[in-house]
Design a protein around this ligand. Structure first.
Ligand code: GRG
Length: 305
């Protein structure tokens, strides 16, 4: 711990995450009122308020605060990112994609509302995300809001989540392991881009200068890939008891993971390197203000699931 600044050691990460999640949950609740036509609003609310960890909104708000912006400035953007995340989960779970029955410990949207409503709930959340972001506080310059909208659009479409999903689908059911480059392409596009958008949009909305925004982009790229490498390591080191609970899902069989390609030791070294690089990007900032983002990177690296 000797190398960790005392401001970061003192920082209460758990309380920070709980307080950001509470603010975001309240704003998301207000963003989707139960108006006519009820069923689609119910479906949107069902997935949006299903209790995700709210990592992306926390990243967005933390980046905004780090460059000197207030929490409330970033709140619409933080909600917009979570709306995109939620819609991507709804579509990912569909029978034509991963065909999952459970998400966040609850039945998936299509299992509760049927496939048509689940697709439409995803579509509606996608549109609402941009609507919400474009209605950010009028104290933010319209030019910054447009930059944020462009950032979110890029990471959502064919340069982002959609690209990751399509390449992932191409290799689903293929027995051969994919190469490291393809695996990284899938991880970067399916997972890292949205974490990057969350951080970068927060920094833009908070009024960060170009150099700060780009430093935070590099931080986010590292933690985005780290998220998936750690996921792969956790999959590889799951106890046989835990594997039993997920029997029927293709955890151990056909999915390519970093440990399968390069071994557990090299995967761990890769993860450590990504965490180091992420933290390096934060070194130029005030240590106390950077504490939430340092702790978020540590959380992603050391989480147990
Ligand atoms: C975006 C137009 C558009 C379509 C969707 C289906 C699809 C294209 C993309 C799939 C994206 C996907 C499901 C990526 C996985 C992301 C991921 C790491 C999820 C888990 O994130 P956590 O742990 O989850 O933050 P919680 O539940 O806590 O929010």
């Amino acid at each position: 711990n000797a190398s960790i600044p005392s401001a970061q050691l003192k920082f209460d990460f758990k309380s920070y995450m709980l307080s950001k999640a509470a603010v975001v949950n309240q704003a998301l609740d207000l963003a989707v009122p139960l108006t006519y036509p009820d069923r689609i609003n119910e479906a949107m609310r069902y997935s949006l308020l299903a209790g995700g960890k709210r990592i992306r909104p926390a990243l967005c708000i933390a980046a905004c605060e780090l460059v000197g912006g207030e929490e409330k400035l970033a709140l619409p953007a933080a909600c917009a990112v979570e709306m995109i995340h939620t819609m991507s989960l709804i579509h990912d779970d569909l029978p034509c994609m991963d065909n999952d029955d459970f998400r966040r410990g609850k039945l998936t949207s299509h299992r509760v509302f049927g496939e048509s409503i689940a697709i439409l709930a995803g579509d509606a959340l996608l549109a609402l995300a941009f609507h919400h972001l474009s209605h950010s506080s009028c104290s933010i310059s319209p030019a910054l809001v447009v930059r944020a909208v462009a950032e979110l659009a890029r990471c959502t479409g064919v340069q982002g989540l959609v690209a990751g999903q399509i390449v992932d689908l191409e290799y689903t059911g293929v027995e051969k392991l994919v190469g490291v480059e393809t695996l990284e392409y899938i991880h970067v596009h399916k997972t890292a881009v949205l974490l990057e958008a969350a951080v970068v949009i927060g920094a833009i909305i908070g009024g960060g200068v170009e150099e700060e925004v780009e430093r935070l982009r590099r931080y986010a790229r590292c933690i985005g890939l780290l998220f998936q490498v750690v996921d792969d390591i956790l999959d590889a080191t799951k106890s046989s008891e835990e594997l039993g609970k997920t029997a029927g899902k293709d955890l151990a069989s056909d999915k390519t993971t970093y440990p399968k390609l390069v071994g557990l030791e090299k995967s761990r070294e890769f993860a450590e390197g990504l965490l180091r690089d992420a933290r390096l990007q934060l070194e130029g900032f005030d240590a106390a203000k950077a504490a939430p983002l340092v702790c978020l990177a540590n959380y992603i690296a050391y989480r147990q699931k």
